[in-house]
Design a protein around this ligand. Sequence first.
Ligand code: GLA
Ligand code: ZN
Length: 648
Amino acid sequence: MIFGVDYYPEQWDESEWKEQARLMREGGFNTVRMGEFAWKLFENNENEFDFSFLDRAIDILADEGIKVILGTPTAAPPKWFVDKYDGVMRDKYGRKRNWGSRRECCSNHPDYIERSKIIVSKMAEHFANNKNIIAWQIDNEFGCHNSTRCYCEHCRKAFAKWLKNKYKTIENLNRAWGTVFWSLSFDSFDDIILPEYNSCEGDYGNTWSHNPSLDLEYRRFASDSWVKYQKMQIDIIKKYSDLPVTHNLMGHFSDIDAYDLSKDLDFVSWDNYPDNQWGASEYEYVSMAHENMRGAKNKNFIVMEQQAGPAGWDILGYTPPPGQLRLWAYQAVAHGAEGLVYFRFRTALFGMEQYWYGVLDHDGKPRRRFFEIKQTGEELKRLENYITGSKNLYDALIVKSYENDWAHDIKRHARGYSYRDHLYAYYKANDDLNITTAVSRGDYSDYKIVYMPAYNVVSENEISEIGSFVRNGGSLVLTFRSGTRDTYNNVRPIPVPGLFSELAGIEVEEFDALRRENHVSGKISGTAQLWCDIIEPKTADVISVYDGEFYKGKAAITVNSVGKGKVYYVGCDLDQSAMKDLAALVARNAGIEPVNAPENVEIIRREKYTIALNYSDNSVTIPIKGHELITDHEFNGILEPYGVAFIK
Ligand code: GLA
Ligand code: ZN
């Protein structure tokens, strides 16, 4: 099992490397990830290559039995490259992204692609026979620092080509996009523009806007561009090496389609920072991010950067209290991690991340965090056979669609509405009931319940797949704004919820984008704040009705029997407690009994054991007993503050 640290030997005097490697071994670390920001050291001037510093570092680590995951350095281009080739991104206003931080470059810039090919080839060739390397990481966090979409001329031309390949003729494109609207028809692919402004960016309604088809296609294209750029690097590495290749993704981040990005990778890894300068995450939000990353390839993953201390760039997030780092590690494992690499070994003395605390403080002295992580590593080693290759017994799936994320961002429906928050509300409700829930897409037959919240852009094909899941006995939960758009992001000329109407057994007569509260009552009672679909049931039964407004008494939530299965339609948003009632109702109807546990406790079921995680700082008692695998003792049901149990 990979248990490691992110390491930057180039940031320390070489005389310290040996002692650092020794301390790593003492901490129980068996792997480092390194190299990913060292382009300038590898190629000080154009075509002058020197990998010797990394050779020496790898040797020293090897002496301590520590293996290496090598990162390609293309996230941080050197100044000579930018000076000579430009290569940097342009923002919506045509401004250059000046060199001086990282992630400045454009995935469609031919010279960036070319120089990336060269440095990656040289690196792959040089390290091909080094037996101490166990895997490759491509680049670093594609899309980070708002770097997915670029508005340069190279991107515009590449986009036109991408469109030509898809639509063949400009007439097809004009028809599909409805460019007749406002006389926006293109005469040729050469005329294609980039959607510099979102439909209603900034304050609602006060800005310029573009065709929503253009906007959605551009987001698809920009995501594809990085997938293609990554594939270019993977292909080069595979020419020299049989080692597995990964990239460090970013959990909930959605500008790049994680399914597409992972498709070409041997395994997924990701960077997990639950609490930092930008806020503290609810534990369910972190669990969902892990599931999102497991779902990207529907396979276990590793955490490539796991938070190791207080974290921030200029101000700091809070200090993880005793037990928190250990709990985060087990949370990752409980949601599919098979390896953990901590960011970073020793805290930087210089550079932007002086306050992003690693396993060791600035002075390099082992303290509480070091010892807690060390203990975690020792425990995980003992559990290794239980962890590697294990899979949760999933009951439910939340379908996450990147296209829908983009479409919802282009047309945001209602003030305060967010697709990602909507998905999270459903995940949280299920997680709080300890209904083991995956976040992915496809392969519906693995689950009893599928949530397809706000599945706005949908194809006929997707409808027929989810239809057979339901007919074969599955439960499907749909919510407002589902099914209304085709894959060009045009509205369908049929009643809402469009292609889902027949499955749901309803028609939406009218809707109300709320700017006040409304209430629903019935089997589920609660409050809506964003949206109310006014539902006319056709074959569906009513679960709840609205309490107020001109549609008082009209259906708000319905259920329809289809074949052996059921389709729920939830026409409004709900407060979290009503959401939980709804998730419980759906589960019970599908024969799944929620696991009763105290608040802030997560219970995950696996074939051979159950994992219990206590996210609170109190001791709690859970109604599960058995043999505890970490301690190898009988488990009496008591979880310490931030405690964990693997119960057989
Ligand atoms: C990201 C990056 C790292 C580092 C950390 C901490 O996850 O991949 O290089 O910048 O954040 O800020
Ligand atoms: Zn560009």
